[in-house]
Design a protein around this ligand. Sequence first.
Ligand code: C2E
Ligand code: CA
Ligand code: CA
Ligand code: CA
Length: 278
Amino acid sequence: AKTNNRTSFVFASKTINQDVYESLALKTELAYALDHNELSLVFQPKMEIKRQQFVGGEALVRWNHPELGFVSPDRFIPLAERSGQIIQLDWWVLKAVVSQLTEWQRLKLPLVPIAVNLSMPTFTRNHFVDDVATLLAESGIRGDLLEFEITERVALGDIKKTQAVMTELRKLGISMSIDDFGTGYSSLSYLHTMPISTLKIDRAFISNIETTETKQGITTAIIAMAKALKIKTIAEGVETAEEQSYLATLGCDQVQGYLHSKPLPPKEFSAWLIPGIH
Ligand code: C2E
Ligand code: CA
Ligand code: CA
Ligand code: CA
């Protein structure tokens, strides 16, 4: 038994070292990626359920490393949050979204609002709102073409600060959504104190909702509450027509997910912007 314990201890510590080593290496690699255009964006369409109308998109970051290949955001976003690189990454994404909108505008495509995911350090950093205002002014892109998605964790981090930042962003025309709703603290009392336009119901409550009673209960409650507060709802990770029609009966406003489209590279997403196609 003694040998076994020792073996497993050695094994465990080796794995931890390996993890630390990999994170360190990845951190260096990410710093390089941020400076050398290894990051790119994909865009996922958002659909209004009732009229099946294309109403917007969400920008998601992609990292294609020359040797490691495609690295998942679920791996490098948490790492970037711990290392502080997330501030630089979020800013890279926001600038890339604005320049993409400028490009689509130049091509005379009708634009839809594009959502950008923002982390807590970005949302609370100094001069964030001023920098956004400058970015919009210099590009000539209207604020109402941007939406910021933040999680409950971010919204509840420093409530006074969050309220102030959101209020300033609203003045620029930017709308605010709560991402992954239902998975965090779900402290509902803060919702009406912040200028939030949309709740994004987490994928965990959506998959097979039409046959899962607990998910139905939670989602019904979220939608009812959102309606009372005059906040829109969007379900994320909708993969089947059954999920979508069940959500329609609950009065959910929008859906996003593989049912309509996976996240697309800019060229493919721009086809969605052409009137009459979707
Ligand atoms: P999220 O914001 O909740 O994004 C939704 C994730 O679900 C995306 O994964 C998307 O590709 C995936 N997804 C969309 N539709 C479906 C579906 O029908 N079924 C399934 N199974 N999955 C679907 P992705 O792109 O890997 O991003 C993972 C997370 O990484 C995001 O979760 C977000 O928290 C973070 N992230 C991605 N891009 C950015 C970014 O630019 N900035 C920041 N701060 N975080 C980002
Ligand atoms: Ca999101
Ligand atoms: Ca989400
Ligand atoms: Ca998520």
